[in-house]
Design a protein around this ligand. Structure first.
Ligand code: PLP
Length: 437
């Protein structure tokens, strides 16, 4: 008897859609392998390697017999004490927040921390509020638990207001909301909330929680906190604000998600962490113990080196250098699309993403992204994938500009050329302007 896996899979697996970002990234890789030109703006990771000081410290630890044993054995499920201490220090130093080591969980990337918390808190009937657009994985992970993602419409600057949030939290439907996801700076838009806006949002949550049968919690995903290009949107330590930083009464209702992936160019090491109320962290840790155990000890030691209080100088120098590069790349995006009649770059003050508004081309973002990679080798992620309810009147592309200025210039020239070729109303007997030079 052969197994028909279409009927063997459970409902969640049958309904699962592969990560659209990885799908575009894979197409880009396939083209590269064939020797075809590729301008890869798909993936959200720094183009640079992890800073040297992290590798140097790891080399030193590898020579030390005591650490060799630590590296060789299972690490505590919630994280190595050395790393947890460094994370506690980081929160105090950069965010002005006090956490005890038992309020921290180290996970296999921020992604696992998010999955853990949804796994231990959500069930059928629960709802999770997600700003639209927001990172694809939130909605998919919520659905995996049988819960329902609910999109909050945002303004032109991709931020939602305290009033819009308040409207979602009232009534019977509002009562079903268990989590509000805040991701500032945001993937995919780079939208970054000011301290004032966060204080207003915090006010709405606190008021709601004083009346609700069941509290609502905020998941503050701060993974892009160091990538802010407007001084007014960061604190004096150079990181963006979050609800617990601006309103201490929010701390019991907040779970912070963070990690070393984006800030330290360490996406491959797979180390993220969560900070929040101990009871919640304990349950997330129990679930992680059940599913994967502690994160690779070698990676945890590398993350501990990255965050180590003794390496503050090197760390800050790395952050400053990265921020400068992103500023330049962001400016290159702005310049490359300035004055284009078909495309508009929507540049926000955070992360390393730009949204490109291609609505004038009159095709949906999925078709557009597929044709772009197939016909021009330009890899961008369709904006529709970041919505719970994609807007019908918009066609957006997410562009990661964490790549070289040369790639940005050449890739956006190819994008402009493509847009001219397909723009409605163009006389197809004429070569596009870019081709004419
Ligand atoms: N949160 C957001 C908004 C992200 O964009 C990502 C990665 O793309 C993550 C969390 C997870 O990062 P990691 O699992 O690599 O730590």
């Amino acid at each position: 008897m052969t197994v028909d896996f279409n009927t063997f899979f459970n409902k969640q697996a049958a309904d699962m859609r592969p990560s659209p970002t990885f799908a575009v990234m894979n197409k880009a890789r396939e083209r590269k392998a064939k020797g075809l030109p590729v301008f890869d703006f798909s993936v959200g990771q720094p183009a640079e390697p992890t800073p040297d000081y992290v590798f140097d410290e790891l080399k030193r630890l590898m020579e030390d017999p005591a650490t060799r044993l630590v590296m060789s054995q299972y690490s505590p499920v919630n994280g190595l004490p050395k790393l947890k201490d460094a994370i506690v220090h980081k929160f105090k130093d950069e965010n002005g927040l006090e956490y005890a080591p038992d309020e921290i969980l180290v996970s296999n990337g921020g992604k696992q921390a998010i999955f853990n918390v949804f796994a231990v808190t959500l069930e059928k009937g629960d709802k999770v509020l997600l700003p639209e657009p927001s990172w694809v994985s939130y909605a998919d992970m919520v659905k995996w638990q049988g819960a329902e993602p609910v999109g909050i419409r945002t303004r032109e600057d991709f931020k939602f207001t305290a009033e819009t949030l308040a409207a979602h939290l009232i009534g019977d439907t509002g009562e079903k909301i268990k989590w509000i996801v805040l991701n500032s700076p945001s993937n995919p838009t780079g939208a970054t909330y000011s301290a004032k806006e966060l204080k207003e949002i915090a006010g709405v949550v606190l008021t709601a929680n004083s009346n609700r049968i069941r509290p609502v919690m905020v998941m503050s995903d701060d993974i892009y906190e160091h990538m802010v290009y407007d001084d007014k949107l960061m604190n004096d330590k150079g990181v963006s604000h979050n609800v617990a930083m601006v309103e201490p009464r929010m701390k019991p209702y907040t779970l912070i998600i963070n990690g070393v992936a984006k800030a330290f160019a360490m996406t491959g090491w797979r180390v993220g962490y969560a900070a929040g109320p101990k009871d919640l962290i304990d349950k997330m840790g129990e679930f992680q113990g059940l599913t994967t155990s502690g994160v690779s000890a070698v990676s945890q030691l590398a993350a501990a080196a990255a965050l180590s209080p003794e390496r503050k100088t090197e760390r800050e120098a790395f952050f400053a250098a990265q921020r400068e590069k992103y500023r330049e790349r962001r400016a290159a995006v702005e310049e490359a699309l300035a004055g284009d009649e078909n495309l508009r770059a929507i540049l926000t003050p955070g992360a390393f993403y730009a949204m490109i508004d291609a609505s004038k081309l009159g095709i949906d973002s999925k078709t557009l992204a597929t044709r772009l990679i197939d016909e021009k080798g330009v890899a961008m992620v369709p904006g529709d994938d970041f919505y719970v309810n994609p807007p019908e009147d918009k066609s957006l592309l997410r562009m990661s500009y964490a790549t070289s200025v040369d790639t940005i210039k050449a890739g956006l020239a190819a994008l402009r050329e493509f847009a001219q070729e397909i723009a409605p109303g163009r006389d197809r007997s004429e070569p596009p302007a870019a081709a004419r030079g």
